[in-house]
Design a protein around this ligand. Structure first.
Ligand SMILES: NC(=O)c1ccc[n+]([C@@H]2O[C@H](COP(=O)([O-])OP(=O)(O)OC[C@H]3O[C@@H](n4cnc5c(N)ncnc54)[C@H](OP(=O)(O)O)[C@@H]3O)[C@@H](O)[C@H]2O)c1
Ligand SMILES: [Zn+2]
Length: 355
């Protein structure tokens, strides 16, 4: 089969479009013909230097939608021809966290496309338990755009921060994968959404998606803008993933009893906090790590009902994966970029078609 592989970590030039052997499934696995695979910022870091990456040569891609074309001899709940999306994590299923239903906390879990070969390929294998069926209401690209971005954003807002209707919520970087998902989920939950971006064009897209108040953080201190917009009160909830570059302004944007939930450190992992202000304002700070398969099933249902509509920046042929990495590194994307095997025509996104 054709795949994008890298034999060693490094720059974009390490990505090669090559012939590789088809994956061979074991009795509990299924083989998926990939129709769409979304690109994540983690792919950039994995290609660059993340030490967890295996095997080599490596095939990236954790967000995969396609058709089941082969099932192992011990698989009874999945059939050839099923239209599916894959849950991105393979938990051990045996540790205390897995048995508690917190498989996102499993110390032994592996991420497809990060610690296994992934979906930048014509075929990918996965355990049958990772399969989530999708209806024809969802395009393959819509489905592929969901797992990492929406699951992360859902777990942050709904599960960890317990978002409430009427909350004032600041979503950082509306144009990022997790930010665009967070914006939609916060609106679905009845929040008033404030958001940031580096360009007015991205902010215009955010307003089209329903953002109530937008801030170009390259022109103004976003914490000051938030305090101005809320009459000095601040927001109830901040959705963080940018890390060191925004941390202090994010904390300063919080109202009394405010909650900050974070999943990422794109700009660095050390941030300071004024501890006295934190306890005087009764601020809560929460970490959040991906999410569970049960949450992902809920999100897929909401997408099938049209209540969540993945934002697809563009669809590229698999052979142009390097271009996708270049666009993301340059922050020229809004939402997700999807790769489709060369020759496979895919409709982009139901949301894109509607606006
Ligand atoms: N813990 C988890 O489970 C989990 C899951 C998914 C993602 N994440 C993390 O969440 C973060 C966002 O992921 P993503 O896939 O949504 O990324 P993405 O689509 O590439 O978006 C990152 C955004 O960060 C903003 N940004 C601000 N300052 C930046 C800088 N100096 N360099 C680069 N970007 C900067 C950019 O928006 P502007 O142009 O508007 O500034 C950019 O669009 C990543 O750190 C990722 O690893 C964590
Ligand atoms: Zn486990």
């Amino acid at each position: 089969m054709k795949a994008i592989v890298f034999h060693e970590q490094g720059g974009i030039d390490k990505l090669r479009y090559e012939d590789v052997p088809d994956p061979i499934i074991n009795p509990t696995e299924i083989l998926v013909k990939v129709q769409a695979c979304a690109v994540n910022r983690l792919d950039i870091r994995a290609r660059h230097d993340r030490p967890e990456v295996q095997p080599f040569p490596h095939i990236l891609g954790s967000d995969i939608a396609g058709d089941v074309v082969e099932v192992g001899s011990e698989v009874y709940n999945v059939n050839c021809g099923d239209r599916v999306v894959l849950a991105p994590c393979i938990p051990c299923g045996q540790c205390a966290d897995c048995l508690n239903g917190d498989e996102n906390m499993c110390d032994n879990q592996v991420l497809i496309g990060f610690q296994t070969n992934g979906g930048y390929a014509e075929y990918v294998k996965a355990p049958a338990q990772n399969v989530i069926p999708i209806s024809s209401d969802l395009t393959y690209c819509d489905a592929a755009a969901i797992p990492i971005a929406y699951l992360t954003a859902w777990h942050m807002l709904v599960t960890r921060a317990e978002i409430r209707p009427g909350d004032d919520v600041l979503i950082l970087s509306a144009g990022s994968g997790v930010g665009s998902a967070g914006l939609q989920i916060a609106k679905l939950c009845g929040a008033k959404v404030f958001t940031t971006a580096s360009t007015d064009e991205k902010l215009e897209r955010a307003r089209q998606m329903g953002a109530d108040f937008t801030i170009n953080y390259t022109q103004t201190d976003f914490a000051e803008a938030i305090l101005d917009a809320t009459g000095g009160r601040g927001v109830d909830l901040v959705f963080e993933h940018v890390g060191a570059a925004t941390w202090e302004q994010s904390v300063a944007s919080l109202a009394k009893n405010g909650r900050l939930v974070t999943c990422g450190v794109t700009t660095g992992n050390i941030g300071q906090i004024d501890i006295r202000k934190m306890y005087q304002k009764q601020i809560s700070i929460m970490g959040s790590a991906l999410g569970t398969t049960s949450e992902l099933r809920t999100i897929i249902r909401l997408a099938e009902q049209g209540k969540l509509s993945p934002i697809i920046d563009r669809v590229l042929p698999l052979s142009k994966a390097a271009e996708a990495h270049r666009i993301i590194e340059a922050r020229r994307h809004f939402g997700k970029i999807c790769l489709c095997p060369d020759g496979v025509e895919q409709a982009a996104s139901s949301f894109t078609r509607r606006i």
